[in-house]
Design a protein around this ligand. Sequence first.
Ligand SMILES: NC(=O)c1ccc[n+]([C@@H]2O[C@H](COP(=O)([O-])OP(=O)(O)OC[C@H]3O[C@@H](n4cnc5c(N)ncnc54)[C@H](O)[C@@H]3O)[C@@H](O)[C@H]2O)c1
Length: 442
Amino acid sequence: MKVTVIGSGYVGLVTGTCLAEYGNDVVCLDLDPEKIALLQNGGVPIYEPGLEEMIKRNVEAGRLRFTTDVAESVAHGTIQFIAVGTPPDEDGSADLKYVTAAARNIGKYMSDYKVIVDKSTVPVGTADKVQQALLSELTLRDKHISFSVVSNPEFLKEGAAVEDFMRPDRIVIGVADETAKDLMATLYAPFVRNHDRILYMDVRSAELTKYAANAMLATRISFMNELANLAEVMGADIEEVRKGIGSDPRIGFHFLYPGVGYGGSCFPKDVQALQRTAQENGIELRVLDAVERANSAQKTVLVNKILRRMGEDLTGVHFAIWGLAFKPNTDDMREAPSRVIIQELLKRGATVTAYDPVAMHEAERVMSGWKGLTFSQNPKAALEGANALIIVTEWKAFRSPDFGEMKSLLKQALVFDGRNLYDPKRMQKEGFEYFPIGREQG
Ligand SMILES: NC(=O)c1ccc[n+]([C@@H]2O[C@H](COP(=O)([O-])OP(=O)(O)OC[C@H]3O[C@@H](n4cnc5c(N)ncnc54)[C@H](O)[C@@H]3O)[C@@H](O)[C@H]2O)c1
């Protein structure tokens, strides 16, 4: 099938590439000329496991190409995915200007039937706005061309995006007419060959499903973080509690890890946008208010532990930080807790040397000019001469370090672990003062 993907970021690029992998003829559009030039020259603007090789394979096979040319991209696909950003507006609602601009562009150039698929995370009612944007452009051109607007929210996880797209647990399709439904069914058939995982529903339910999923996951995280803070003062171990509740099939083990708060490009903005939608409609989502408050407090839990141990004035204190990305296997720094933690330390006069396996380039960009912050090309060098190590992201490579070497490189054997990577008893034996989350310090 001929497919156009509008927006070549984390979602658009993965969507386009995975659709090409199953033989579709895909054009990815972006208005950022640098991004498209990089892709056209064989580069990949984001880090996502498996993506680079898959892009290369499909470009070489002639099934995937990149352009900034709107007219060409509209002419190409019968199916036009909108996968542009939906950042928070000043009031927390989702800013739909990129989505409506993309829709208008389709209306400006289309000459035959199109299925417009909202893949971006968009509030309930956006499909209607997309439809209106297209219709107004067609009216300006005095054209009567039929089209369908479909909601197909994306559930991929950064860091496992290709795997999630190729083997989805479900594909949610909000669709109102049979022609569009048949086209979507054909497009997704190869992804659900062993058993059908496509859930068809009305458009509004599909739009709400995406927010409901992210809000539920954010709720689990904030719940565990608050419980971790309680466990710690009560002398309980949140890791034992986690196993104790996770083994209940009604609860399950996923997303029960306490830490330094959720970040990333989705949970913070989607929780806010859902609250905003509710407010606009006179409904209070009290649980989500608490989820958000708990999360912003959690971002400073590790800093508070540091201040209690090392004092409020950190002048002359040097920290090593392991992990900058908001989670492992991605270079995404949007809303990463590391940003808050580093800022809080620098503000109090500390200096920081940070290391991340893949997000360093992106971190250097978003933290450029932060006085007192330097980056290290490897995790060991970051430890040299530091008064303490702070672990912010749970990369696999940090799980089994050589503790002897770690101790010899650090000035003080002090570890503040925002991800509970180590066993407190072992740390005690190795001679560290160890501060995890939600368990007694080792
Ligand atoms: N990142 C994730 O893990 C994830 C997962 C599920 C859903 N989503 C949702 O998917 C959407 C996209 O997220 P992302 O992380 O891929 O964003 P992103 O910022 O990485 O990419 C968006 C891209 O769209 C481009 N763009 C903006 N307006 C355009 C236009 N009119 N025409 C063509 N290109 C345009 C931008 O230049 C940018 O490259 C958001 O709504 C997000 O909430 C993201």
